[in-house]
Design a protein around this ligand. Structure first.
Ligand code: FAQ
Length: 335
């Protein structure tokens, strides 16, 4: 199994019991590591609530990566050239790899990957709202690279400094790959914007449909963020949802100007006093309804993942049978 951990729990053993009532010495050590800017590792003692919130965030993140393969994967067979097809295949494979690193990081906390996948397929686990929207044209693939990966990087760079070692190490590699994803998307859009009027209209239409959804990716406003403050105290999150959203807007406006597209927000305006762009209101009602399972593609995404999981059953069974045979041989050789 691929893992970012220094060492991992034995899957045959139950997850280490973490008492809710902490031993004061253990808690003091945990807090000293956090306040010294150090890393908590898989075998270190940690409060049950810290483990729980990490598992929640890391597993949702892993699910987002593998569900996130679907909107673009849909365009592999329709890419406009061999070059674009090769780039897109590489990108979609990268997202699958990110899922693997992240499931590996979740397993270091004592979770079983099969249970996490079951929760996703049963609709009990969340994944990023952004992947519940359709990719209607080729320009959507470029816009996902530019804006969705751009938002993902903005959110994920601070996670490279997360207090939990296995997650932080996974994020370093993921961010490097996301950076290539963002550039390939922006470059594809630059080419389209230098093309015909119809191509430029396709890009603008895709930007109009994805912009607001990307702003919602950063999560609810800090005032409504259930976990934000505690996750910041624990050094899991290093920046709040609103600060990251603002940084994304400030970085993206000049890129839109170079590209020659209009961001669909009449209230988007530089504010000299704040030193940031002001923006219009985000539709949080739509965000909540997408999280509740009622976005345009929620059902389709889960059905596709369930089918892929079923199609892969024979591979999992064959790998386990091979591992068992190897183990029996090794035991036979040892007697
Ligand atoms: N979608 O209290 P907070 C990618 C939930 S990867 C769905 O603020 P927190 C790569 C939240 O889970 C994209 N749910 O929560 C790619 C919580 O629900 P819960 C994924 C959301 O954890 C690109 C509730 O709302 N990235 O794109 C969303 O402190 C292209 C209350 O929220 C990550 O997962 C949302 N947008 O902050 C792949 C990064 N926002 O658990 C393919 C890691 C919030 O109580 C193609 N995660 N919720 O049931 C994080 O940084 C954080 O978990 C946040 C949320 C910022 C997402």
């Amino acid at each position: 199994m691929y893992t970012q951990a220094m060492d991992i729990p034995d899957p045959a053993q139950p997850a280490p019991a973490t008492p809710d009532l902490a031993d004061p010495a253990q808690l003091a050590r945990f807090e000293a590591v956090l306040s010294g800017g150090g890393r908590i590792e898989a075998q270190d003692w940690m409060p049950a609530a810290y483990r729980k919130t990490l598992l929640r965030q890391i597993s949702q993140h892993a699910h987002s990566e593998i569900v996130g393969m679907l909107p673009e994967g849909n365009w592999i067979s329709r890419a406009p050239s061999l070059k674009r097809k090769a780039i897109l295949i590489a990108k979609v494979q990268d997202e699958g790899g990110h899922g693997l690193y992240l499931y590996g990081a979740a397993e270091t906390l004592g979770a079983r990957r099969a249970d996490l996948i079951d929760a996703l397929l049963a609709g009990r686990a969340k994944y990023s709202s952004i992947f519940n929207y359709p990719t209607l044209g080729w320009a959507d693939v470029g816009v996902i690279g530019w804006l969705v990966d751009g938002a993902a990087i903005m959110n994920q760079i601070p996670l490279c400094r997360c207090s939990y070692g296995p997650y932080a190490r996974a994020m370093i590699r993921i961010c490097k790959e996301e950076s290539f994803h963002q550039r390939q998307g922006y470059e594809a859009l630059l080419v389209m914007m230098r093309g015909t009027g119809a191509q430029r209209r396709m890009v603008q239409d895709a930007v109009d449909r994805w912009w607001w959804k990307c702003l919602a990716m950063f999560g609810p406003p800090d005032a409504d963020s259930e976990h934000g403050a505690q996750s910041m105290r624990w050094g899991i999150k290093r920046m709040g949802n609103d600060e990251l959203r603002q940084k994304f807007i400030d970085a993206t406006v000049p890129q839109a100007q170079i590209l020659g597209v209009t961001l669909p927000d009449p209230q988007l305006k530089w504010n000299d006093e704040r030193g940031h762009y002001d923006h219009g209101p985000i539709d949080w009602e739509e965000f909540r309804s997408t999280l509740a399972g009622d976005g345009p593609c929620n059902r389709e995404r889960i059905a596709t993942r369930a089918e892929a999981h079923e199609n892969g059953r024979w591979v999992r069974e064959a790998a386990l049978a091979h591992a068992r045979k190897q183990q029996q041989r090794a035991q036979g050789a040892g007697t």
